[in-house]
Design a protein around this ligand. Structure first.
Ligand code: G6P
Length: 603
């Protein structure tokens, strides 16, 4: 989603701003812009579309100045046009905004005599600051006033025309980080990744902070006031620095391939939560798992595990629905929030809602510095490194591994698992990296399959039990990056509607290891074949044996024999590979699919 960058230094900044914006591209955006301040004048360039277009404009005519800001915008209020792209410029200020200003209509009414140049919710901020400066308000008073008036969420990077060599940042509800560069350069960004090549240390601003970056000095003012606070400078983690997709064509492909290594590393860290609180699983009567997108499907797999193995009653809620649904949260309810970014606005709002109700909140995140990580009562990190591809892959399987660890912990505390069962499951869990490696060997054959089905307009995915969420995740992956309509169903639901879609051209992906439910899924497969549908079956050696003579319309892919509990993790791999190869063959923007954002920081 929108990305903000600001640099204040002693040398020209425009190309470094461009470089930093490029590192934020993965968040998803549909217009971009940059502004600098030099000798009391603003210089600005904006484009609809991709950064490459901004780069062309900047190369043709670089922006002068040693202080500047940049922005990648993911349109919410107003189409992705040049006039709606940030930075937005007024008489006294130029600024970039990430978030949503909820009282933007009131601000438009307040300044109804002034022309607005854009349709954005952000432009009211420009008019407010201009008005404050017209009245001669000093910088600090203007910023305090701004905090009092603005409603909604914002991270801001601001240049004031008459504050030379000064870069201002402010945050409320959207993340913002200060970076300390070499030769006294100071950076501002919504994501550390933007400047991790230039800086070794950063400060994560807190809610309500605003910061003045001037003359190699970062002065932080807390609570939207004029006081000063010193916040810790922390080193940037190594994983934030590795941002190359080599030797692959896309980050997503690289991230799929990284999964055995991520799981191996994760297995060594699992007994060590990031926040040392423990969860009293035995005291919980039920658990509510809340998440969005791919993380939601991880929660759906965990529901199955928690109920089967730990005998804990679980419901899984879509974060954007949760707090508006008047959820009954009886005594003994615990809540678990799953998020790769830890910044998804809906998931964060759901966490805050649950905390207000006095619910104990567990977090699983990939980004340890995220808001969700800070606000959860107890926290596990998925240790996947930066995930650049918008479609989540390695973070998802890592979420599943962490969730399994919690299920085991809960089962032990609730005395739902014998020591023999635990030993067997632990052994199987430890072999996951090798099994994922084996699943990755299907790559070449799935590339061929993708070439065959790349022109389909629709696909169905079927699975039972814990593989039902993986069917939905497989369908989501295909939709996200190849723009093919796809739906995931519980296999038994086929006959209640989706079977009407079955025809020669419709691929039906079926996930079915040879377990107790295999015969039932086999009946569903027969139902499809009888209607001349195409089945793409992922199963294990025993399942393959059972179907080998069925039909030439059945495309068979054999995965390793895996403990039924861990099948969701291993069966995810071919879903990712198939979606990837279909998208790559169709030539879509795999890492930054249209309209999507890596981290959705607006409601
Ligand atoms: C966006 C991303 C998805 C992701 C979802 C939830 O829609 O494109 O890949 O699954 O947000 O994000 P989170 O960071 O909370 O896991």
């Amino acid at each position: 989603m929108c990305g903000i960058v600001g640099i204040n230094g002693t040398t020209e900044v425009c190309f470094d701003i461009l470089g930093a914006l490029k590192r934020l591209e993965y968040r998803g955006y549909d217009s971009a812009g940059m502004a600098t301040l030099s000798k009391g004048a603003f210089f600005r360039k904006r484009v609809p579309g991709k950064l490459i277009q901004l780069e062309e404009k900047i190369r043709a005519c670089p922006l002068p100045g040693t202080v500047g800001i940049g922005h990648t915008r993911w349109a919410t209020h107003g189409a992705p046009t040049e006039k709606n792209a940030h930075p937005l410029e007024g008489k006294h200020v130029v600024l970039a905004h990430n978030g949503i200003i909820e009282n933007h209509e009131a601000l438009r009414a307040q300044f109804s005599m002034d022309p607005f140049d854009s349709e954005t919710d952000s432009e009211g901020i420009v008019h407010l600051l201009d008005a404050y400066r017209e009245r001669g308000m000093p910088l600090s008073e203007a910023m305090s006033q701004l905090f009092q008036v603005l409603q909604g969420s914002y991270a801001l990077a601001i240049l004031f025309r008459d504050e030379p060599d000064t870069l201002i940042g402010a945050r409320s509800g959207s993340p913002l980080v200060v970076g300390y560069g070499r030769e006294g350069r100071l950076f501002l960004a919504s994501d550390v990744v933007a400047f991790s090549d230039f800086c070794d240390e950063v400060t994560y601003l807190e809610e309500g902070d605003w910061v003045e970056l001037k003359g190699a000095q970062a002065t932080i003012h807390p609570d939207g006031g004029s006081g000063v606070v010193v916040r810790p400078r922390v080193p940037i983690g190594e994983t934030m620095k590795v941002l190359t997709k080599e030797p692959y064509r896309h980050f997503m492909r690289k991230e799929i391939q990284e999964q055995p290594a991520v799981l191996r590393h994760l297995l060594t860290t699992l007994s060590d939560p990031l926040k040392k609180n423990t969860v009293a699983w035995a005291s919980l009567s039920n658990l509510c798992i809340v998440a969005c997108g791919t993380s939601f499907y991880a929660g759906c797999v965990a529901k199955y595990w928690f109920e089967k193995v730990a005998r804990l009653s679980v419901r899984v809620e879509i974060a954007s629905e949760f707090r508006y649904n008047h959820p009954a949260l009886p005594l003994g309810t615990g809540a678990l929030f799953v998020s790769q970014s830890g910044e998804t606005a809906d998931t964060l709002a759901a966490l805050r809602f649950a905390k207000q109700q006095g619910i104990f909140c567990i977090g699983i995140v990939n980004v340890p510095e995220s808001s969700l990580a800070r606000e959860a009562d107890v926290l596990w990190q998925t240790h996947s490194g930066v995930e650049v591809g918008v479609a989540s892959t390695k973070a998802f399987t890592a979420q599943l591994a962490v969730l399994w660890h919690l299920v085991e912990e809960a089962a032990e505390q609730r005395k739902a698992l014998s020591s023999e069962e635990k030993k067997t499951l632990d052994r199987a869990f430890q072999t996951l990296p090798e099994q994922v490696e084996e699943a990755l060997l299907l790559d070449a054959s799935l590339q061929k399959l993708a070439a065959r089905f790349g022109h389909t307009t629709s696909a169905l995915y079927l699975g039972r039990g814990a593989l039902h969420p993986i069917a939905m995740e497989g369908a989501l992956k295909l939709k996200e990056i190849s723009y093919i309509h796809a739906e995931g169903y519980a296999a038994g639901e086929l006959k209640h509607g989706p079977i009407a879609l079955v025809e020669d051209a419709l691929p039906i992906v079926v996930l079915s290891p040879y377990d107790a439910l295999f015969p039932k899924t086999l009946s569903n497969i027969q139902e499809v074949l009888a209607r001349r549908g195409q089945v793409i079956l992922f199963t294990d050696p025993e399942g393959a044996e059972a179907v080998h003579s069925l039909s030439h319309r059945l495309h068979l892919y054999t995965l390793p024999q895996v403990s039924p509990i861990f099948a969701p993790i291993v069966y995810t791999i071919p879903m990712q590979l198939f979606a990837y190869h279909v998208a790559a063959s169709r030539g879509t923007d795999v890492d930054q699919p249209r309209n999507l954002a890596k981290s959705v920081t607006v409601e």
